[in-house]
Design a protein around this ligand. Structure first.
Ligand SMILES: NC(=O)c1ccc[n+]([C@@H]2O[C@H](COP(=O)([O-])OP(=O)(O)OC[C@H]3O[C@@H](n4cnc5c(N)ncnc54)[C@H](OP(=O)(O)O)[C@@H]3O)[C@@H](O)[C@H]2O)c1
Length: 277
């Protein structure tokens, strides 16, 4: 008998890697999607060795239409509907919107929005026919409010949340469920790759990638459509409900400008110390 199979995007690091490790430990075959082939192949070999599961890799750029088509072809090649589809690949940029590289912002929309939309749309008919399965959309606490200096990112995460909740409702009674996962800060490569100031030691209440994974399974077991992970995510959710949006925006604006000024001062100090003989 073939084992159930799970698809994980963004499996080459961070939260996606944690989903892949957990699903393999639970005996799922895997299809791992991301761009860095070596990372995926080494994780695949390790998980096969540890758990005896079958692991395929799909090194695809999901910010690119052809890359998404290649990933969808790999899903078809599995020959069975995914039991779990984890749509997790995503990135951010950081800075004043007017100064950011337009092409990178557009890539973010392609990956964070179209990457989720197209893969979910592609996999769902077979999952619905199978009459079971789960789609996990890794959004963010950023989905709840506009975020100055991460404006595109927050907009893409709102898109994911709204899409996930709408599709979930459509699937009621089919046996397939959709859960939106909204983590607060998690220590992964995300901050550094997006140029976000801060990181370890910045005092934020971080949650581990494994906590995000465990919260996802708990939410699914309880039939929940979304789950906030960590105190900042819970606070963002509460603020969105009880605080007028204008006030939330004013607060994120103040916090954002403060962080930007600190980051600029840090960059100036670093370049001055590099210039010193
Ligand atoms: N870390 C946080 O604080 C945090 C908080 C809330 C939500 N999230 C969300 O969690 C998700 C995972 O992020 P993470 O924290 O685990 O960050 P991460 O360690 O940087 O992982 C991002 C993953 O996405 C993949 N990816 C990036 N661009 C891609 C592309 N064009 N095509 C295919 N795959 C691509 C990366 O692999 P390759 O580079 O190999 O392609 C990597 O596997 C994201 O959607 C993020 O928005 C993160």
């Amino acid at each position: 008998m073939t084992r159930p199979v799970a698809v994980v995007t963004g499996a080459s690091s961070g939260i996606g890697e944690a989903y892949a490790r957990d699903l393999a430990a639970k005996g799922r075959d895997l299809l791992l999607v991301a761009r860095r082939r070596e990372r995926l192949e080494s994780l695949a070999a390790e998980l096969h060795e540890l758990h005896g599961v079958g692991v395929r890799v799909a090194p695809c750029d999901l910010a690119d239409r052809a890359g998404r088509a290649a990933a969808m072809a790999q899903i078809d090649d599995l020959g069975r509907a995914p039991e779990v589809l984890v749509l997790n690949a995503g990135f951010t940029s950081y800075g004043a919107f007017a100064d950011l590289t337009a092409a990178r912002e557009a890539d973010m929309v392609e990956l964070n929005c179209l990457g989720v939309l197209e893969l979910m749309r592609h996999a769902l008919p077979a999952m619905r026919t199978a009459g079971r399965g789960a789609v996990v959309v890794v959004s963010s606490a950023a989905a709840w409010q506009p975020m100055p200096y991460m404006a595109t990112y927050a907009a893409t995460k709102s898109f994911e949340l709204t899409l996930a909740e709408g599709v979930r409702e459509e699937l009621r009674g089919t046996g397939v469920c959709v859960v939106a996962v909204l983590p607060g800060p998690v220590p992964t490569e995300f901050g550094a790759s997006g140029g976000v100031p801060g990181g370890a030691g910045d005092g934020l209440p971080y949650r581990r990638p494994e906590d995000v994974v465990a919260a996802t399974w708990r939410a699914l077991a309880r039939g929940r459509g979304r789950v906030s992970v960590g105190p900042l995510a819970v606070a963002a959710r509460l603020a969105a409900v009880i605080v007028p949006r204008g006030l939330v925006l004013a607060a994120t604006g103040i916090a954002g400008r403060r962080t930007l000024r600190r980051a600029e001062a840090h960059a100036r100090r670093s370049s001055a110390s590099r210039a010193r003989p």
